[in-house]
Design a protein around this ligand. Structure first.
Ligand SMILES: [Zn+2]
Length: 208
């Protein structure tokens, strides 16, 4: 089991080593991690959700999906860790961490995992913590997202689906993932209702 302190240390090392590609907004934001309160917030966020599990195979699997979706030039800004959590969960931290539960990271359904990762990358892209990969930048649907006053979850779903289809993965996987979450009784009624609304929006988006 990797201690959270080690994760934070690793995070700082990654930041110091940096990346050979052009600077993104995320690099600038990463400087904020030196702020103790932010490190503590990240640590608490992970601890509250079960802590980190040492699972190199799952980590590599998620990293490969990030690279597939973003391309190596952008994927190097992303760091992945696996959460010791038995529910289907994924989170994005604004400094470029994609945090995936062991249940989702180990699913046999590769497209489902890709959808979860794509949604989280969608958050980072929507909030401009990350740049859109070149292959997807020209996509007219991106400006569609930018023009609409969308809830951030819906925007992340849409960008995630664009990422999925740009690498030949059926964007329907996003809907399948949300349908599974909608059936998750551990989620509050409000959250599940919100997921139902997201599924409706995805249907409208796909019908366009
Ligand atoms: Zn989200």
């Amino acid at each position: 089991m990797i201690r959270v302190a080690q994760v934070i240390a690793l995070l700082l090392i990654t930041m110091l080593v940096g990346c050979s590609t052009a600077k993104s907004k995320m690099t600038t934001q990463s400087d904020g991690l030196y702020d103790r309160s932010m490190v503590r917030a990240c640590q608490q966020f992970i601890e509250r959700r079960g802590g980190i599990v040492d699972d190199p195979a799952s980590q590599q699997r998620v990293e490969a999906i990030v690279e597939q979706l973003l391309g190596p030039g952008h994927a190097c800004h992303i760091k992945v860790c696996i959460l010791n959590c038995s529910a289907l969960r994924a989170y994005a931290w604004s400094d470029g961490w994609i945090i995936v539960s062991k249940r989702l990271a180990r699913t046999e359904d590769e497209q489902l995992l890709a959808a979860g990762v794509a949604h989280e990358l969608g958050h980072l892209l929507a909030d401009e913590h990350l740049r859109m990969p070149d292959e997807s930048r020209g996509n007219a649907l991106i400006s569609d997202v930018a023009d609409c006053d969308l809830d951030s979850e819906i925007a992340a779903d849409r960008i995630g689906m664009i990422l999925l289809s740009s690498v030949g993965i059926d964007p329907d996987a996003m809907q399948r993932l949300l349908a599974l979450l909608e059936d998750d009784e551990k989620l509050s009624t409000t959250l599940r209702r919100g997921i139902g609304q997201r599924i409706m929006k995805i249907n409208q988006f796909l019908e366009k």
